[in-house]
Design a protein around this ligand. Sequence first.
Ligand SMILES: [Zn+2]
Length: 423
Amino acid sequence: MRVGLRRLPAFAPGLVVLLVVLHLQAGRAFGFAEDVCQSYLDGGAQSAVNADAFNCNDLQGLDGEGGVLSGMVTYARTIAGSFYARSSLHFESAWIIARLYGMADADALKVAAYSQATDLGTFTPYDSSGAAMEAATTDDIDGVTRLNLDTYGFWLHYVPWYKRAARSGKVKSRLFYRKTPGRPSPFARAERPLNHIRDWALGRRDSLCSFGMTGAGSRCYSGVGPGSATLSLSAPLFGPVRTDEEQVTLGDQIVSPADGAWAAAQAGSLEALGIYLHAMIDRLSHHFCSDKSPIVEDRGSSPRYRLYYDQACGQLLHVTLHYREAGHWPVPPRSKRALRYMSFEIPVWMDETNYPAEAQAGRRKIAVALRKISKALSINDADARIAGLKAVAEHYGLGWIGSDHAGTFQVIGKYQNLVGVRS
Ligand SMILES: [Zn+2]
């Protein structure tokens, strides 16, 4: 079946609603997707948001207002960009963890904002009074967004692994963090695409290559002629229905369509760290797909690769697996691993880039803090979920995102015990 759309069909709100009808228990479709929403006071200006947060995705009608149908409409509107929406894992949690390691507020905000912008293209955080923090708006990084089929940005969300020979037996790779002295990465060599993004984020390399594939001298392949390479790409949409195989010419990954040299200028930056953290935890979130989706090198005279995303990557299964990643008790192991792995990688980045850290929380404190964050993430009520995260940050003296203004979120009493912060 030829699919001519340059955007994944799941992006069309109508289709999302259809998917939801087919899978009433289903949920968000895109990695650790937007779970917390706030409405704009003026949808056109988007300069301020209403203080009340709600679940972007309430497909079980747990918010108790309007039930499943209104949850579906909200979800469709979230995807269409009608709300200030963000993932409490990609955004708030990343900010807290960076702060725990002694990153300055503005820098932690940059990391978190770029982590969130990797899904949305650009991102403006709002302060606790609900005003847009315009100065913290990210550059346009639409080239790495989850639905970009022109730049193939989706590979940073559905991160494949790498299998050298077509006939080697391994069919699965799982992402495990094992820090071994002397090894350049805590992830296995088979995680070559992810390790590639990581090297760029740590400033070990300047260029970011499409699908993380490099040629001679670890340079990105060049478009045509000698030094070029192609990747045959195919992805399932709904289980057995696949897109036609497409020949991708490998080269530099376009991150910012407005500025082709963006990736090279940002190697080793806070921005790059944000993008990397996003890809790394999406590798966990989408493990059911990525674990079974290797890039395979075909034998031949010029480098040829293929990437046939596994059937598990199809949207129908996909949407059913994301629902409980935040806002449900208990959150699944992959949400907890995402927190842990971010907490391992942020200090690695700070070390390698000689970041002048403020006072850091000790190891034990961070382990306890991660448990508190994960408990806050499990709270079903969106307002209380954010309030729980804020309470954790304030408990450790970290302040809060845009907290110059008086806070609006109150931790609801019954959740104070859960998160373990008594005021
Ligand atoms: Zn993503």
